[in-house]
Design a protein around this ligand. Structure first.
Ligand code: PMV
Length: 313
């Protein structure tokens, strides 16, 4: 018996880093997916095959002793086959670039939790999300859960670290052009760098938090009336705050300048220091913006919001 599930990646549209200090962020799922196929097999081995490598281990190993980015899959499979006489084969296929802040690991956890658990029982989205967050914690102990949440439910949402998420009901029809710096980043170390900035500049940081909070409230209103030009201005404004807290660099700044030439606005998405930026466009400037990035030799692709979230087959 086989079970298959897919989950989308994500973009943080507004509020990364400030969300760590209690400010609301706005995220959306994107139409790039990870698909996981799980199958019960004879024996008691858990075997995972993916385009970032393979992992094959007996069940019942200590999670802390496994050193692999595929660890969340092992965790999920091992938990399900406790006291069951079976092994599991898992296949992972991804069209989300890995490790650049587009939610590949959260999408893996969500699609993995769904595909693996459904070999054994029917599960609700809520149960799958809970399992996915547990699995993600095996690699990012301090995850807020925002990424797994948007990968499960899809669409666009506001996220508050303490209060959780609220789905935004409007369905904006914009295109995001994502450009990849191809610089890998460590979210943990950039979050630590921002903490240092905050400790050295308490007043300035608190002012930035107030500005970000106001900006997010303005964006929530703009989303209701679908004002893409004004949204673009807010994106560019948000980028200024990210520059101030030190998560940008020359390459990212150059990419953002290229993006801003033809789009409505451009900014870093995710932790920064590397990873991706995005530019907000619609059909009037999508091709021009793609061309600008390409003629400056930057890897780019366009995405739309994914409204489906987790899908099971
Ligand atoms: O891991 P990334 O690149 O998607 O970014 C994490 C977002 C931060 O706000 C920087 C950290 C967090 O836990 O929210």
């Amino acid at each position: 018996m086989k079970s298959k599930a897919s989950a989308p990646g994500k973009v943080i549209l507004f509020g990364e880093h400030f969300v760590v200090y209690g400010i609301k962020a706005i995220l959306c799922a994107i139409n790039k997916r990870i698909t996981v196929t799980a199958e019960k097999v004879e024996g008691n081995k858990i075997s995972i095959k993916s385009n970032i490598g393979n992992l094959e281990l007996d069940s019942n190993k200590l999670i802390s002793e496994i050193n692999s980015p595929l660890k969340p899959f092992y965790y999920l499979a091992d938990k399900m086959i406790r006291n069951q006489n079976t092994g599991i084969d898992i296949k992972v296929e991804s069209d989300i670039p890995l490790g650049v802040g587009l939610g590949s690991s959260s999408a893996c956890c969500v699609a993995g939790a769904a595909a693996i658990s459904r070999l054994f029982k029917e599960t609700t989205k809520e149960e799958i999300l809970e399992m996915a967050i547990e699995a993600e914690k095996t690699i990012f102990k301090d995850t807020s859960g925002a990424d797994c949440t948007v990968c499960t439910y899809g669409g666009i949402m506001e996220y508050d670290k303490k209060k959780g998420f609220i789905k935004i009901e409007s369905k904006p029809n914009f295109h995001l052009v994502i450009a990849n710096s191809n610089i890998e980043h460590s979210t943990n170390s950039i979050v630590a760098k921002v903490r240092e900035f905050k400790e050295k500049n308490e007043e300035e940081f608190s002012r930035l938090c107030d500005n970000e909070s106001k900006l997010v409230e303005d964006v929530l209103e703009l989303l209701k009336i679908d004002n893409i030009k004004k949204l673009g201005e807010k994106i560019t404004e948000n980028q200024k705050y990210l520059e101030t807290i030190g998560v940008s660099n020359n390459k990212l700044r150059d990419m953002i300048q290229v993006g801003q030439k033809t789009s409505f606005g451009a900014k870093i998405t995710g932790a920064g220091g590397g990873g991706c930026i995005f530019a907000l466009t619609d059909m009037s400037n999508l091709d021009q913006t793609m061309n600008e990035f390409q003629s400056n030799n930057y890897d780019c692709f366009s995405v739309k919001i994914d409204f489906k979230g987790l899908d099971t087959f």
